[in-house]
Ligand binder design. Structure first.
Ligand SMILES: NC(=O)c1ccc[n+]([C@@H]2O[C@H](COP(=O)([O-])OP(=O)(O)OC[C@H]3O[C@@H](n4cnc5c(N)ncnc54)[C@H](O)[C@@H]3O)[C@@H](O)[C@H]2O)c1
Length: 423
């Protein structure tokens, strides 16, 4: 079993810390956020993530995990994972200052012949800058980008599709890969720079795929076709694959938008622009706008003073993360059109800087609504009985941007049901 330090205990760092501790390693999680560290030390997860608290508590009980704000606690760790934020700068590029500052601070605390593992999503050649900041010949740098998805973070940690390990040092790369004990995962050994690009290229490919799907949905709506049938048939072709073929209100979250922008910026810097990325970003904004247009059309052309009940705030189901959530982007546009918003999300109970009501329950949320708009695919929304809310709304109109609900059930209850990708 190895001694592992995790720097940054956010979505990725916490899942990795708890995952490695569960595998039997001795883990210390380090973060500059004191409140987070206090919560974690008491067995409370600061994020909503399936099974996180159960696994966290188990590892604390077995003394396999501890948390601290003190960088000197990395001292005895053989592997130090950087799980720090790499947010988007104003020009679209990734901000790697958290990574570089942390590397500088770590340098004097690292044990002899330890390994720095970069798990954050970073632009090409960041590993070289980390090496410079660490400035120690005995310390190896391994690039090990993370692919977990919020909502299934622990499941993805234990059963990843692949583990990418990039390094110039084969021995260290093997050591890092063996920490995961993921017998079924394909392990891809490569160089650091390729590892860095694999992550950006993967997320950007998925974002482009989703943008295309949403454009096909918009196109199908202008015809007699049903995009759901079109996409289903497309997915039967193994070269296309059946995943990521569902229309929605646009893609978002903390990864896709910033990773597409960062790759775009990095390619532009190298004088090899990738216009597909610009197109995917532009198309995504059009998708947010298209959902607003659907509301407008359903309500006779204007949203001024219309009461809209929004279902879902997080960027996808099973997470509390609202960073770059398409739901928020759609709500902002609805507000600009003059609508009054009452939102409901099973987990997210407050949103800063948005002038809307956040309802405590569905009844409160739909009372007086001129239209309901479903924006996040929480399974809870499927359980809502349209008959039970039909007397509460002002107009029986529901727009299901995720195609989650049963159209027949809602139509039987007298609602005008508007899906995504068909008429
Ligand atoms: N969230 C995801 O689904 C996901 C998936 C794969 C990869 N990634 C990538 O992983 C990285 C981390 O993402 P995240 O979503 O976990 O971020 P996050 O914002 O949830 O967590 C980052 C943590 O780092 C801490 N931190 C900031 N500066 C620090 C410092 N100097 N020392 C110690 N701790 C510090 C913050 O307090 C925070 O707890 C990013 O590069 C992201 O792109 C994220």
């Amino acid at each position: 079993m190895a001694k592992i330090a995790i720097i940054g205990t956010g979505y990725v760092g916490l899942a990795s810390a708890v995952g490695f501790a569960h595998l039997g390693h001795d883990v210390v999680g380090i973060d500059i956020d004191k409140e987070k560290i206090t919560k974690l030390s008491r067995g409370k997860s600061p994020i909503y993530e399936k099974d996180m608290e159960v696994f966290l508590k188990k590892s604390l009980k077995k003394k396999k995990i501890q948390f601290s704000t003190d960088y000197s606690k990395v001292g005895s760790s053989k592997f130090v994972f950087l799980c720090l934020p790499t947010p988007q700068l104003e020009d679209g590029a990734a901000d790697i200052s958290f990574i570089l500052e942390s590397s500088k601070m770590l340098s004097r605390h690292l044990k002899q012949s330890s390994t720095i593992v970069i798990k954050s999503t970073v632009p090409v050649n960041t590993w070289k800058l980390v090496k410079e900041k660490i400035d120690r010949d005995d310390v190896a740098i391994v690039s090990n980008p993370e692919f977990l998805r919020e909502g299934t973070a622990l499941q993805d940690f234990f059963k990843p599709d692949r583990i990418v390990v990039g390094s110039t040092d084969e021995v260290k790369a093997k050591e890092v890969s063996s920490l995961y004990k993921a017998k079924k995962a394909k392990i891809v050994f490569t160089d650091n720079t390729s590892a860095e690009i694999i992550k950006y290229a993967s997320n950007s490919f998925l974002a482009i795929k989703l943008s295309f799907v949403n454009e096909i949905a918009a196109y199908a709506e202008s015809t007699d076709a049903n995009a759901l049938e079109v996409l289903n048939a497309m997915g039967l072709d193994k070269r296309i694959g059946k995943d990521f073929l569902k229309p929605g209100p646009g893609w978002g979250g903390m990864c896709f938008p910033k990773d597409v922008s960062a790759l775009k910026e990095s390619a532009r810097e190298k004088n090899v622009p990738i216009p597909l990325l610009d197109a995917a970003l532009e198309s995504n904004l059009k998708t947010h706008a298209r959902i607003v247009e659907k509301c407008k059309k359903a309500l006779g052309g204007s949203l001024k003073d219309k009461k809209i009940s929004v279902w879902g705030l997080s960027f996808k189901a099973n997470t509390d993360d609202i960073r770059f959530s398409p739901a928020i982007s759609v709500i902002e546009r609805l507000i600009l059109e003059g609508a009054q918003i009452s939102s409901f999300d099973p987990i997210v109970k407050s949103v800063e800087n948005l002038s809307m009501k956040v309802s405590a329950d569905i009844e409160q949320n739909v009372t007086g609504a001129d239209a309901i708009v479903l924006l996040t695919e929480w399974q809870e929304f499927k359980e809502i009985d349209p008959k039970e809310i039909s007397d509460l709304v002002t107009q029986k109109i529901i727009i299901d941007s995720r195609n989650l609900l049963n159209k027949n059930k809602w139509e039987k209850a007298g609602f005008t049901f508007i899906g995504n990708g068909y008429n």
